[in-house]
Design a protein around this ligand. Structure first.
Ligand code: KG4
Ligand code: ZN
Length: 346
């Protein structure tokens, strides 16, 4: 029985998980509330909060899993990508434990882990499968040949889709992180009330900066246009009234436009590769509209579709643990001299 203790600390969630032979026994997530009042994650505050939370979170993960430290066979941590100060806290903690317990260390790529969150539950995709990974920092289509051989076949050339959700929410005046709030208000809105321009990007890549700018002008023009108007005579009061009166429709229309871009490229990827085992992953895969539209599309295309449970979509250590388990089986271990990186390819 291989037992792994995994730590995730790449952004504003301090998380620890224990898995046994690929079965998740615990997944404790402490979300840092301190960033709310700043409208976004403040890197130094994130590092400090990780320092405060990491010991109790690890202790709770062991306790819920009814596992003693002496039973752990390997320590896993997120090595990249993320906020460097935040990554360092998890990495140093993991290294110290690995040294003290004399067990191997396994550094995990956060984006690989989001994809492999689809291998946590009993119903798993068969290889090769495609995964649309959508988070606050990434938007990727990944071709998964095996748990440890992944290939990015499409990516964003500018912003990530989660960023487009969060920035739109900020423009509307909603608190950080705005993605889940857009999802909430959109439930009572008309997704076809307003139209936003679609990016014209080749291949399987994405772009969200154009639509983000169109949304900005749309709000500045109180819904009358999505293009910049130099002498726009719309008052702040008029803008605010427009947002207040049409909040649900604005959220539903923005959400619909963003999700449409994602699913179009996913369809193209399936057609190009001939693969019909399709997953989604990452924080934005918690979006209820994406989940239902993805399922609908899958039914029309004869896909087998997979979506991780909610707690495995946004940042969590269970996905680090499952990835570490497959790396363990493949003898992929890290040196104690391993240094995390804010950015890195697989
Ligand atoms: O994967 P994640 O937790 O962290 C990163 O690795 O970035 O993703 C966070 C992103 C944020 O942009 C957040 O607004 C978005 O996921 N998100 C959502 C929803 N839940 C989380 N976006 C839209 N609808 C949701 N329900
Ligand atoms: Zn993430």
């Amino acid at each position: 029985m291989i037992k792994i203790l995994a730590i995730e600390s790449s952004c504003d969630e301090t998380s620890a998980s224990v898995c046994s032979e690929g079965n998740i026994l615990s997944n404790i997530i402490a979300t840092q509330e301190i960033h709310k009042k700043y409208g976004g994650v403040v890197p130094e505050l994130a590092s400090r909060a990780h320092m405060q939370k990491i010991v109790p979170v690890v202790q709770e993960a062991l306790s819920v899993a009814e596992t003693a430290l002496s039973e752990i066979d390997a320590i896993a941590f997120t090595k990249t990508p993320g906020l460097i100060g935040a990554l360092l806290v998890g990495a140093e903690f993991a290294k110290s434990l690995s040294l003290a317990l004399d067990v191997p260390l396994i550094g995990v790529h956060h984006m690989q882990a989001h994809v492999l969150a689809n291998l946590i539950e009993d119903s798993k995709p068969a290889f090769p499968f495609l995964c649309l990974t959508v988070s606050g920092g990434h938007t990727q289509i990944v071709l998964c040949h095996s748990p440890t051989k992944l290939e990015v076949i499409g990516t964003t050339i500018d912003d990530a889709v989660g960023e487009a959700f969060d920035k739109t929410a900020k423009m509307i005046g909603l608190p950080y992180p705005g993605g889940p709030l857009i999802d909430k208000y959109a439930k009572n809105g008309n997704p076809f009330a307003y139209k936003f321009p679609e990016p014209k990007i080749d291949a399987l890549d994405f772009s969200f900066s154009g639509i983000k700018t169109a949304i900005l002008y749309f709000l500045q023009n109180a819904g009358k246009s999505t293009v910049y108007k130099e002498n726009s005579n719309v008052s702040d009061e008029e803008k605010q009234n427009f947002i207040d009166k049409n909040l649900n429709d604005i959220c539903a229309s923005v959400q619909h436009s963003l999700i449409k871009i994602l699913l179009k490229k996913l369809l193209k990827a399936s057609e190009q590769t001939g693969i019909k085992e399709i997953c989604i992953a990452g924080g934005v895969s918690a979006n209820s509209y994406l989940r239902s539209e993805f399922k609908k599309l899958g039914e029309t295309q004869g896909w087998r579709t997979f979506i991780p449970a909610f707690q495995y979509c946004t940042d969590n250590a269970a996905m680090i643990a499952i990835t570490a388990y497959y790396k363990f089986l493949n003898n992929e271990f890290s040196l104690l001299s391993e240094v995390p990186a804010a950015r890195s390819d697989w």
